[in-house]
Design a protein around this ligand. Structure first.
Ligand code: 48H
Length: 257
């Protein structure tokens, strides 16, 4: 085994980690949240050549995928969304007409690998706590290490600029909620998600995906939360299609499609 001393390990990590962070201070697109909608959006946007960064507060990917349905390690996906999983190599088990089952660990691993292999960069352990807003336009995010936030330390955050920010933070629509709370003059409303109706919810979550404010977009469960759509339980086709839709809208807006 090659002998590597502590000073080499530490300087390698500090030097290259800083370089990685400096590169993230200006992106085309910042996606907040590495759940299903964020990972899918990241994959399709990065594939167009746009510089894409996904910021995730946990030290892991997948958001709500890992919990399956009441911790049973399977999720349901329906036509035509199963194609998005097939593209990244997730093995699907047919269940009934138009309905497939996927393993949660495989789905998380392959959606994340799909985003990274397309060129998306993922920053783990970082919490988006505010936005850069100039002239009623969102121009980036304000970030703090999750560990600092959890410890309740008073440490000033850093800001990362981007041409578009996508809120993929799930049930709490955290980024849009911050925009609404901190900029009341912009008239943004977060209506809150409604009770479960899987058939309606799956259709509506895709329809509700879109722009909230110049530079700020919403996808996945956050779209239902902002616009008052119902929840759907552990069926994930809507999340995947919402991620794909926001990728198309944002890529077109930034004029690469
Ligand atoms: C950094 C943040 C921040 C922040 C949150 O919850 P998710 O899986 O979100 P979606 O919309 O991609 O998928 C929703 C799905 O998992 C789900 O919950 C479904 C289908 N529910 C239906 C039902 O009826 O209950 O992922 C969001 C991710 C998580 O990993 C968070 O840790 C992360 O966003 N996150 N990251 N800064 N401020 N807020």
């Amino acid at each position: 085994m090659f002998p590597v001393e502590e000073s080499v390990i530490s300087s390698a990590i500090i030097e290259r980690g800083s370089k990685f962070l400096v590169d993230l201070v200006k992106s085309d697109v910042i996606i907040v949240g590495a759940g299903p909608s964020g990972l899918v959006a990241g994959r399709y946007i990065a594939k167009t050549g746009l510089k894409t960064c996904i910021i995730e507060r946990r030290l892991s990917f997948g958001g709500g995928i890992g919990g399956g349905g009441m911790l049973f390690p399977r999720i349901v996906v329906q036509e035509p969304a199963q194609e998005i999983l097939e593209e990244v190599g997730v093995k699907l088990e047919p269940y009934s007409k138009g309905v497939w089952i996927a393993d949660v660990a495989e789905t998380i691993a392959k959606l994340a690998a799909g985003a990274i292999d397309s060129g998306a960069r993922i920053l783990l352990g970082a919490n988006v706590e505010d936005l850069i807003v100039r002239n009623s336009r969102v121009c980036g995010v304000v970030v703090q290490w999750s560990a600092v936030t959890s410890a309740g330390l008073h440490v000033d955050p850093l800001a990362f600029e981007s041409r578009a920010v996508i809120d993929c933070t799930g049930h709490n629509a955290e980024v849009v909620a911050i925009a609404a709370r901190k900029n009341p003059e912009l008239g943004i409303r977060v209506l809150g998600e409604h009770s479960m109706d899987a058939v309606r919810a799956e259709k509506e979550v895709v329809e509700l995906t879109g722009e909230v404010l110049p530079g700020l977009w919403v996808a996945g469960m956050a779209a239902a939360a902002v616009r008052g759509g119902p929840r759907m339980g552990p069926i994930f086709g809507g999340m995947l299609l919402s991620g794909k839709k926001v990728a198309e809208l944002v890529s077109r807006e930034l004029e690469v499609l």
